[in-house]
Design a protein around this ligand. Sequence first.
Ligand code: LLP
Length: 421
Amino acid sequence: MFYYNNDILSADGISLKDIATHFGTPTYVYSEKSISDNSSYFKKINNINLTVCYAVKANSNLSILNLMNRYGFGFDVVSIGELLRVKKINADISKCIFSGVGKKDDEIETALKLGIHSLNVENMGEFERINKIAKSLNLIANIMIRINPNISVDTHPFITTALDNSKFGISHSLIREAIKLCKRLKNTNLIGISFHLGSQIKEIGPYIEGLQILLDIRKMFKEDYDIIINKLDIGGGLGVAYSKNDTIFPIDDFIKRVNEVFSKASTDDKTISDIELILEPGRSMVANSAVLLSKVIAKKKAGDKNFLIVDAAMNDLIRPILYNAQHQVKTVNLISNDNTKTYDIVGPICESSDVLGKNIDLQVGINEYIAIYDTGAYCSSMSSNYNSRTLPAEVMIKDGNIHLIREREKHEDLWRNERII
Ligand code: LLP
């Protein structure tokens, strides 16, 4: 599961070259089947009371959200823009969680008006703000406290979020104060506690450590404050294999370990079975479902480097340069008989950080196409218009048919909201 799989698209019987010639490049190509396969790992878990909220930030294309909705998942959003996307596909807003380190008043208001399931509170001031806004709307806001468990995970520093000195969550030392505050506020209803450790996590241990902390806090809530908390949200972060060398854990092992923790805890607490576990997976749902297709524009030798200059760039795919991420690259339908060389694959953007892959062995000719693999998560959703480049087209293969799910942006779109003075 969630493994790098370069057969997934060819298994759909579709020629990537045809897609490239028909839709142009760069283009993201998604496989509905692989998203559906990923979702099934979560759907088949039945030995635990599990709620899955897909993290919209991983890929927020409406067609992808629509799939998640059809699979029966809720959503984890971090902005009103994300929540309105979910509303746009007519999903049930009462299955959405609003996380985020800096929610604005108008975002809180809109989320409450739309009937959000709950808001994950990340700083002390937010409790009172939510309470005030809920009071003005004459309703009670469900909230969960996002704690910062101070757990280190082995991933890129930009995507670790649960260390004491990070901007996320409420520190352990403030939890009692937070509980007392919640008890005093009349328009908030504390229903759960949460954490999010980071992203691309490849070990189960940190989750188990975090879950134990949540259980301890739950116990303290009950014993010291007479508050019953049954929703434990352990965030997202499940890692995927971007290469054959990446070892990741199967979801079944993860659930088995969670169950062990629960059964141990239930020997002296019979209410453990009332717990609803919430997961917010993003990457693991979609990363391996897509390739980014790009055309080779030129080749160039400079010093000891062979550059392959392609028409995708860091604005389309920022992960390699931002997180040092390595995505597999393959040639699509080789025709030329150019020799295999070791390339740095770069785009046309005017800075040296515009790198999509380093030291990649490829046999490819000019005007031929390459596919950059496992680009379903945090690729399209992190793209930008830098260098006034239009955003790529996105297509999805479903039941052997190719569907356009996002038109290539037009040049007029680039200045649509600008005014000349
Ligand atoms: N829940 C919360 C509160 C989050 O902040 C995130 C991701 C998730 C869930 C989903 O995590 P996932 O299952 O996707 O790992 N742009 C980076 C990843 C940033 C993750 C941000 N938060 C990348 O391309 O690696």
